[in-house]
Design a protein around this ligand. Structure first.
Ligand SMILES: [Zn+2]
Length: 133
């Protein structure tokens, strides 16, 4: 699957966004080494802290199906915002543990595109090696 195809899958996921409060729609797609794609979208809630971001939804869906870090080969995160949708702090923390450090992360809003990795998005990470000694 090409980079563009994965980004397209993320835009498909964005169509299911549930964002009645922010009106900010996000989609994500996680590509695995079998070629399977897991999609996620942002799902807001009146209790704002219960809101879940698109990239966490997608990665959690993959993990729920048995996928693990070594199986994930790329991630796309897209939005309808004015600039590319960089993952929030919570998502950076989650991705730092659940995907490889150098897995490509494609960010797009349809007009701008940026390629990232979690290594670049979250320097000096707090991780499993800090907790389990
Ligand atoms: Zn987030």
């Amino acid at each position: 699957m090409t980079r563009e195809e994965l980004i397209r899958k993320a835009f498909e996921a964005m169509e299911n966004s549930y964002a009645p409060y922010s009106g900010y729609h996000v989609g994500a797609a996680v590509l695995t080494d079998t070629g399977k794609v897991y999609k996620g979208t942002n799902i807001e809630n009146a209790s704002f802290g219960a809101t879940n971001c698109a990239e966490r939804s997608a990665v959690f869906a993959a993990y729920s199906d048995g996928v693990r870090k070594d199986n994930i080969t790329a991630v796309a995160i897209v939005s309808d915002g004015d600039r590319v949708c960089a993952p929030c702090g919570i998502c950076r923390q989650v991705l730092s543990e659940l995907i490889g450090q150098d897995v490509p992360i494609y960010l797009s809003n349809g007009t701008q595109e940026v390629d990232m990795t979690i290594r670049r998005l979250l320097p000096m990470q707090f991780g499993i090696e800090d907790v389990i000694r």
